[in-house]
Design a protein around this ligand. Structure first.
Ligand SMILES: *Cc1c(COP(=O)(O)O)cnc(C)c1O
Length: 383
């Protein structure tokens, strides 16, 4: 199985053994009968193991690591997955993270992990920087690529190589890229994070997260924490996410194609004052994106004439882009990071990362691209 679409459909597509059901059913159970004390079919209690969850975990591991064994672990949300990584650390450990980061991740590190003696430093992380930031107690390099909301593409390969020299575990939050657009393991990642709420689920109807690793040692730690901490997803949610995964390649093609065309057209519109899309030559990390990604994703960030007030007016005029948090669903959305997804980050830190009160983020859905374009142009003309 080499093609992305084939892998999306066939990863872990094993008929259910008792009925032949083509798709893994929803095993809605909390426990499993044992023949004798501790004599069972491999399933004891559903926090530890559930067949629906296992099918999703295997499929996600196959998606990120088609040629080498890998281990997938699913969680009740992207944040639950990220929290579980923070629980691999000890008091006194240090995390190095890129500075343009999902707001919830910053909140977790700064307001929760910090209470347990884990310190986090944020940096723009240009290649060659790491030597100046790393400390004796640094344990993790945390990368998000492309980042949320400015779509910075980090050079994962060179940063991971530097991190390895310092013995750091390299974590890549690849939510915006999905397994279709980049392969972090081939670039040196040790753990890949996804909020499966976004493109993998793909229909804005479920919350979930996952961690994937090729390292047996890390997998044992994560497996222990998944059961011991218990931030696990429900079987129904796993089913929905697995169903979403089956069409991921198809959807990503459309998201990326439409976003590329819309970004190119927005570039020539005089109501657009700043525009961020990694597929445009004008994007500061376009060259890295070209090297590292198969396509440039479905998210566009921009500022329009009139700053925050302009952004508000623009959003209100749109008919097909609903104002909502989240991204990666079949329907187009518009989000205002300053007051919505990134409001939890201290203001100075937001400015330092390049965010402004006028910034808006578009999640380009799979509607007809020309309809989306007309919607955007009509709204821009009112400014
Ligand atoms: C949404 C998101 C998360 C958090 O995931 P939830 O499923 O909302 O808990 C983490 N990282 C990125 C990049 C995200 O977009």
């Amino acid at each position: 199985m080499t093609g992305d679409s084939t892998r999306c459909v066939h990863s872990s597509l094993d008929p259910e053994v008792t009925t032949g059901s083509v798709h893994t059913p929803i095993f809605q159970t909390s426990t499993y009968v044992q023949n004798d004390f501790a004599d069972h079919l491999g399933y004891e209690y559903a926090r530890g193991d559930n067949p629906t969850r296992n099918a999703l975990q295997r499929a996600l591991a196959e998606m990120e690591s088609p040629h080498q064994e890998a281990y997938g672990f699913c969680f009740a949300s992207g944040m639950a997955a990220i929290t579980t990584i923070s629980q691999m650390l000890e008091q006194g450990d240090h995390v190095i993270a890129c500075d343009d980061l999902y707001g919830g991740t910053v909140r977790l590190f700064d307001q929760i992990a910090s209470r347990f003696g884990i310190e986090t430093s944020y940096s723009p992380l240009k290649s060659g920087d790491l030597g100046n930031i790393v400390r004796d107690n640094s344990k993790i390099l945390w990368l998000e690529s492309p980042t949320n909301p400015l779509l910075t593409v980090h050079d994962i390969k060179s940063l991971a190589a530097e991190a390895k020299e310092h013995g750091l575990i390299v974590v890549v939050d690849s939510t915006f890229a999905t397994p279709i657009l980049q392969r972090p393991f081939e670039l040196g990642a040790d753990i890949i994070v996804h909020s499966t709420t976004k493109y993998i689920g793909g229909h804005s109807d479920v919350i979930g997260g996952c961690l994937i690793t090729q390292s047996k040692e890390l997998a044992e730690k994560i497996s222990f924490l998944q059961n011991a901490v218990g931030a696990v997803p429900a079987p129904m949610d796993c089913f929905l996410i697995l169903r979403g995964l089956r069409t991921l390649a198809l959807r990503m093609n459309r998201h990326c194609e439409s976003a590329m065309t819309l970004a190119e057209r927005l570039q020539d519109n005089d109501k657009v004052t700043r525009l961020f899309y990694p597929g445009l030559k004008s994007h500061p990390t376009h060259e890295i994106a070209q090297r590292q990604m198969n396509a440039f994703g479905g998210i566009i960030s921009l500022e329009v004439k009139g700053g925050e007030a302009g952004a508000r007016k623009f959003a209100a005029q749109l008919k097909l882009f609903a104002t909502a948090e989240s991204l990666g669903g079949i329907e187009s959305l518009i989000n205002h990071p300053w007051t919505m997804t990134h409001a939890a980050i201290p203001e100075k830190q937001r400015y330092d990362a390049g965010m402004t009160p006028g910034l808006i983020r578009l999640s380009v859905g799979i509607e007809d691209m020309e309809d989306l374009w007309n919607d955007l142009v009509n709204a821009l003309e009112t400014l």
